[in-house]
Design a protein around this ligand. Structure first.
Ligand code: ZN
Length: 129
C-alpha cells in the first residue's frame, strides 16, 4: 500500500490529487487503484478539474445542505464534517491501463476536506490484473 500526505488550509476545501495518484503508479502496471481516505471528516471524489470555480460551487452547496451549526448532538461540534464525509464517500476505484489512470477528459480526483486545516493521509492500493 502507498500512503501520501495532503495538507489542507481551510475548514472546507477540495484539493486535486490526480498528479500524486498518477505519479504513484508504476510504469506498465495495468489493473485498478483504490484511493481510500482514512478519516471520518474528509472524503474523496472524482469530478471536473478544469474550472476551479466548480470546487467552490460544490463546497458552497454542501454547506447549504449541511450547515455547521444545526442543533447536532455530537460532542466534538463537527457533525457537519462527518455528514459531508459520508455523503461524498471515503474511497474511489480507478482503472489503470499501461501505467496510466483511465479518466475522462475533464475528470480529476479530489481530496475533500471538511474539518480543516489539517494534515491528512491518503491511502492508495494498486491491484495488478
Ligand atoms: Zn467528530
Amino acid at each position: 500500500m502507498i500512503e501520501f500526505v495532503v495538507k489542507t488550509s481551510s475548514r472546507n476545501q477540495m484539493i486535486n490529487i490526480t498528479r500524486e495518484v498518477s505519479e504513484s503508479i508504476p510504469k506498465d502496471l495495468s489493473g485498478m487503484a483504490v484511493v481510500h481516505i482514512p478519516h471520518t471528516t474528509a472524503a474523496v471524489t472524482i469530478n471536473e478539474g478544469a474550472d476551479p470555480a466548480l470546487k467552490n460551487d460544490i463546497l458552497n452547496y454542501l454547506e447549504e445542505l449541511v450547515p455547521h451549526s444545526a442543533g447536532y448532538t455530537h460532542i466534538e461540534g463537527n457533525s457537519d464534517s462527518h455528514i459531508k464525509s459520508s455523503m461524498i464517500g471515503s474511497s474511489v476505484n480507478l482503472i489503470i491501463d499501461g501505467g496510466k489512470l483511465v479518466l475522462g477528459t475533464w475528470q480529476a480526483i479530489f481530496f475533500c476536506e471538511f474539518d480543516g486545516p489539517r494534515t491528512r493521509k491518503v491511502y492508495l492500493k494498486l491491484i495488478e490484473q
